[in-house]
Each structure stands twice: as structure tokens, then as C-alpha cells.
Design a protein around this ligand. Structure first.
Ligand SMILES: Cc1cc2nc3c(=O)[nH]c(=O)nc-3n(C[C@H](O)[C@H](O)[C@H](O)COP(=O)(O)OP(=O)(O)OC[C@H]3O[C@@H](n4cnc5c(N)ncnc54)[C@H](O)[C@@H]3O)c2cc1C
Ligand SMILES: NC(=O)C1=CN([C@@H]2O[C@H](COP(=O)(O)OP(=O)(O)OC[C@H]3O[C@@H](n4cnc5c(N)ncnc54)[C@H](OP(=O)(O)O)[C@@H]3O)[C@@H](O)[C@H]2O)C=CC1
Ligand SMILES: O=C(O)C(=O)Cc1c[nH]c2ccccc12
Length: 437
């Protein structure tokens, strides 16, 4: 620890060269740490990617992560049978390809193995069990103050980090969305969110209401079928279901290729025409399509189209029953908006996720109320006063990688300029010091 009395000029010089978390002082209740470089909040794919890009530029940083591991969404909040939806080349992080032996659509366990290798390769060691509670720009000093609670030891410790740059990498899926339903408190069976679903093993033989028909709702319903349980899936509005592949090529890749030649709306038309040929009309199964096309809807509302990996066949066969919106719950039952009453044993809420940025970032210029940068891709990564965002592009892992490269380049440029200036100032002071003696 550096204290006022133990500081000498070479310590000061060292401070601007190497350390990333040097304790300046202890106050009675809160430890305060100066960070010579950016503070990155979140150790998911986005935080790791920006860390890796900064390492390559020689910029020190720290990563703060509330969970006890990297990529906690993938490790703790996803089901066992999850596979990446997009081909692996669209999901790799900068400067570190997937192993060749990985399949085209890696499993979540392979993806986690990859991310762990990524963190090791770039020597990224996040501070785990440390939740950012608040981050505020201090206009007087031109610095960010980032307040955390660390739960490593027997008692929680409050820490304040002070830094010039703040990189928000907490993700579009930081918190689960749990809607309120009339009478749910009277429902006697178990109610959980898709983020806690691991497999259908414990649902064998049960009647399960899956609320929501995004990728989670569809895949949980499919997995339930595969474990001989009996899912009813709530589709309260509309949904785009697309085949994962068209003519042997990934639908996502086809869309990305077509986007080079046509407008987004034209690409949507091509995708819908192909889906129509391959899937037929889905309305008769209760799956109405939204009025906006799949890519336009993703851009405008952030709603991801379902890439079908088998749920549609189960809908057709009647193994997954599609039901309309929920009116209310009662003991062991749900009443639907069409008046039907179903007897059910369990409810799984596949009702989506949201960003948590508004709960801790004291700023309302760059981020909107829903915790996503106001400027759409590709202009949503840089805010004012050293604030950055990575992974809020609604473009999955490929968007996160692009952000990470832009953010790291910009931070590195600024860090190098500011550090050079500080070193020059320090060196001048050092010389004055020596001449004084
Ligand atoms: C089930 C599921 C499957 C998906 N599949 C794909 C796919 O196949 N392809 C694709 O491109 N995208 C997919 N996605 C999208 C997903 O958002 C990205 O894959 C990726 O996880 C985004 O990375 P991230 O680092 O931005 O966010 P996250 O992975 O969510 O990481 C954010 C991290 O920040 C931490 N954090 C949050 N708040 C705080 C705080 N206050 N203090 C400290 N730490 C905090 C979290 O604990 C977390 O570890 C999927 C999403 C889900 C939910
Ligand atoms: N293999 C993969 O790659 C997978 C990827 N993912 C990704 O994770 C992200 C999150 O997906 P997901 O968890 O499916 O969340 P989504 O936000 O995509 O879907 C939420 C669903 O819940 C419905 N819903 C919300 N509130 C209610 C309510 N009160 N009553 C009835 N229905 C309700 C929504 O309906 P409405 O549209 O009417 O609001 C929608 O159908 C997406 O980007 C997705 O692509 C998820 C699973 C697998
Ligand atoms: O699965 C996700 O959550 C993704 O964000 C991947 C994704 C980004 N853009 C898309 C467009 C169509 C289908 C999936 C995605």
C-alpha cells in the first residue's frame, strides 16, 4: 500500500507504469483504490474481449465481476442442452479463434471452455464476487468513482475505485424479467424462470406452462418434450420462427451476406419467403408473425427471431401445445385469455431479460431508461468523459467483439497520451527533486 509517508518519486513513477490496483488510502469505512487505466464492469464475453484487446495494447485495467466466475450467464444461468445459435465464426472473440475441432455450433460447455482459455491466454484475472453498486463521474476531478461491495471475505467490504475510463460490459441480459400475474401467489406448484432451468429431468410426467416463445421458451419446451413432460407454451402476441439453416447454410450467415447487396427489408422478404417454403404457414399452429420482418424487428425492438432447432416439429405434432395469453392463475390452474382453464403442475417463465445499468450508473445522457445506449450500432460504444459500452448492440457476440475492438483502441490512445504526459511531469518533478539535493 502507498501512504503519504512511504511515497517516493520512483514509487510514483511506478504507479503510472504498472500497478492496476494500488491502494491510496483506507478510510474508516471504505477502501479507495486508484486504477491506472479503465475499470471494466462485467467479466462476460464483452468484458473479456475488451480486456484482451487492452492487454495487446499494454494498457492496464481491472475487471469487476459480481459472480464467482467468468461468463456467469453461460455458466450459471443457461440450460444444459444449450448450443450457440450462430455458426462459431460469428461467435468468436477478437484475436483467438475457436479450436478447429469444435463443431459448427458449439455447445455451451465448449463455449465456456473457450472463454476460460481466452481469459487464460490474455492473462485476465477479474475481481470476482464484487458487485458494482454505483458509478458516478466526478466533474471536479474529471474522474469516475466506482463503488462496489466485495463479498470475498467473511464480511462484505465496500470499495471505491477511482479511474479515468469506465467500460460498461454488464450485458443486455443482466437481470431476469419476471412479470406480475393475477393470482400467481395462489398457484400451488413451482414457479421458476428459464435462467434457472437446467434440464427437463425433474419435470418428467408433469404438465408445464412455459410462458414466452422466444428462443428460451421454444428450447425449454423442446427439452421438456424430450424428457417426456407435457408443455403448453404461451404465445401472447406474435413471433418470427426461422429455420436455423436455409439450403444448408446458416440463416444468420445468409442474412449477413445478403445485407451486402440488399436493403434490410429486402433481406427480410427473402428470409420470410424461404421460411414460408420450408415451414409452411405457421398461423394455424398459433404462431402469428409480427408485422415487421425478423431483422427489422431485431433492430427496432431488440426482439430476436427464433432460430428453430426442433421445437416447430413438436408444435406440429402437438407435443408442444401453443396457448394464448394468461388471464390469471389459481391453485393448480391457469385461466387463458380465451377463457380456457388448464390444469398445470409447474410454470417456467421464459419471459426474457433486461439490462441493469440504470440501477447503478448515475448518468442519463448516454444510456436510455432501458439500460441500452441511446445511439444505435455502430455508434453506441462511446459516451462522454471516458465512458464506454461493450455488448449492447443487439447483435450478439459478433457485436460485442466489434465494440471491444473500438473501445480498446480509443482507450489505449487516450491512456498512452495521458500516461506520457504524467510520466513527463513526474520525471520533471524527479529531476527537480534530485537537483534540490
Ligand atoms: C440463453 C442465451 C443464449 C444466447 N446465445 C447466443 C448465441 O448463440 N450467440 C450470440 O451471439 N449471443 C447469444 N446470446 C446473447 C448473449 O447476450 C451473448 O452471448 C453474451 O453472453 C453477451 O456477453 P456480455 O459479456 O455482453 O454479457 P453477459 O454474458 O451477460 O456478461 C455480463 C457480466 O456482467 C456481470 N455483471 C452484471 N451486473 C454487474 C454488476 N453490477 N457488477 C459486477 N458485475 C456485473 C454479470 O454477472 C455477467 O457475468 C445468448 C443469450 C442467452 C440469454
Ligand atoms: N441457443 C441460443 O442461442 C439461445 C439464445 N437465446 C437468446 O437469449 C435472449 C433472450 O431470449 P428469451 O429468454 O427467449 O427472451 P425474449 O425476450 O426473446 O422472449 C421473451 C418472451 O416472453 C414473452 N413474455 C414476456 N412477458 C410476458 C407476459 N407477461 N405474458 C406472456 N408472455 C410474455 C414475450 O412475448 P412478447 O413478444 O409478446 O413480449 C416473448 O415471447 C435472446 O437474444 C435469445 O436469442 C435464448 C435461448 C437460446
Ligand atoms: O441469440 C442471440 O441472442 C443473438 O443475439 C444472436 C443474434 C444476433 N442477431 C441475430 C439475428 C437473428 C438471430 C439471432 C441473432
Amino acid at each position: 500500500m502507498y501512504t503519504a509517508t512511504s511515497l517516493n518519486s520512483s514509487d510514483l513513477l511506478a504507479m503510472f507504469q504498472t500497478p492496476t490496483r494500488e491502494d491510496f488510502f483506507f478510510s474508516s469505512s471504505r477502501r479507495c483504490i486508484w486504477v491506472n487505466g479503465p475499470v471494466i464492469v462485467g467479466a462476460g464475453p464483452s468484458g473479456l474481449a475488451v480486456g484482451a484487446c487492452l492487454k495487446r495494447q499494454g494498457v492496464p485495467f481491472i475487471v469487476l465481476e459480481r459472480a464467482n466466475c467468468i461468463a456467469s450467464l453461460w455458466q450459471n444461468r443457461t440450460y444444459d442442452r444449450l448450443k450457440l445459435h450462430l455458426p462459431k465464426r460469428f461467435c468468436q472473440l477478437p484475436n483467438f479463434p475457436f479450436p478447429e475441432e469444435f463443431p459448427e455450433y458449439p455447445s455451451k460447455f465448449q463455449f465456456i471452455t473457450y472463454l476460460e482459455a481466452y481469459a487464460r491466454h490474455f492473462d485476465i484475472s477479474p475481481n470476482f464476487n464484487e458487485t458494482v453498486q454505483s458509478a458516478k463521474y466526478d466533474e471536479t476531478f474529471g474522474l469516475w468513482r466506482v463503488q462496489t461491495v466485495s463479498n470475498i471475505g467473511p464480511v462484505p467490504v465496500e470499495i471505491e475505485y477511482v479511474c479515468r475510463w469506465l467500460v460498461v460490459a454488464t450485458g443486455e441480459n443482466a437481470e431476469k424479467v419476471v412479470p406480475e400475474f393475477e393470482g400467481l401467489e395462489k398457484f400451488s406448484g413451482d414457479v421458476s424462470h428459464a435462467c434457472d432451468y437446467k434440464s427437463g429431468e425433474s419435470y418428467r410426467g408433469k404438465r408445464v406452462l412455459v410462458v414466452g416463445c422466444g428462443n428460451s421458451g421454444m428450447e425449454v419446451s423442446l427439452d421438456l418434450c424430450n424428457h417426456n413432460s407435457n408443455p403448453s407454451m404461451v404465445v401472447r402476441s406474435s413471433v418470427h420462427v426461422l429455420p436455423r439453416e436455409i439450403l444448408g447454410r446458416s440463416t444468420f450467415e445468409l442474412a449477413a451476406t445478403l445485407m451486402k447487396w440488399m436493403s434490410l427489408r429486402m433481406v427480410d422478404r427473402v428470409l420470410l419467403a424461404a421460411a414460408r417454403v420450408m415451414q409452411g404457414n405457421l398461423q394455424k399452429y398459433g404462431l402469428k408473425r409480427p408485422s415487421l420482418g425478423p431483422l427489422e424487428l431485431k433492430n427496432v425492438e431488440g426482439k430476436t427471431p427464433v432460430l428453430d432447432i426442433g421445437a416447430l416439429a413438436k408444435v406440429r405434432s402437438g407435443e408442444i401445445k401453443v396457448v394464448p395469453g394468461i388471464k390469471k392463475f389459481s391453485s393448480g390452474k391457469v385461466e387463458l385469455v380465451d377463457g380456457r382453464i388448464l390444469e398445470i403442475d409447474s410454470v417456467i417463465l421464459a419471459t426474457g431479460y433486461r439490462s441493469n445499468v440504470p440501477s447503478w450508473l448515475k448518468e442519463n445522457d448516454f444510456f436510455s431508461e432501458d439500460g441500452i445506449p441511446k445511439n444505435p450500432f455502430p455508434n453506441g460504444w462511446k459516451g462522454k468523459a471516458g465512458l464506454y459500452a461493450v455488448g449492447f448492440t443487439r447483435k450478439g457476440l459478433s457485436g460485442a467483439s466489434l465494440d471491444a475492438i473500438s473501445v480498446a483502441m480509443d482507450v489505449a490512445k487516450n491512456w498512452k497520451e495521458e500516461t506520457k504526459q504524467k510520466k513527463t511531469t513526474m520525471a520533471a518533478k524527479h529531476r527537480r527533486c534530485i537537483s534540490h539535493f
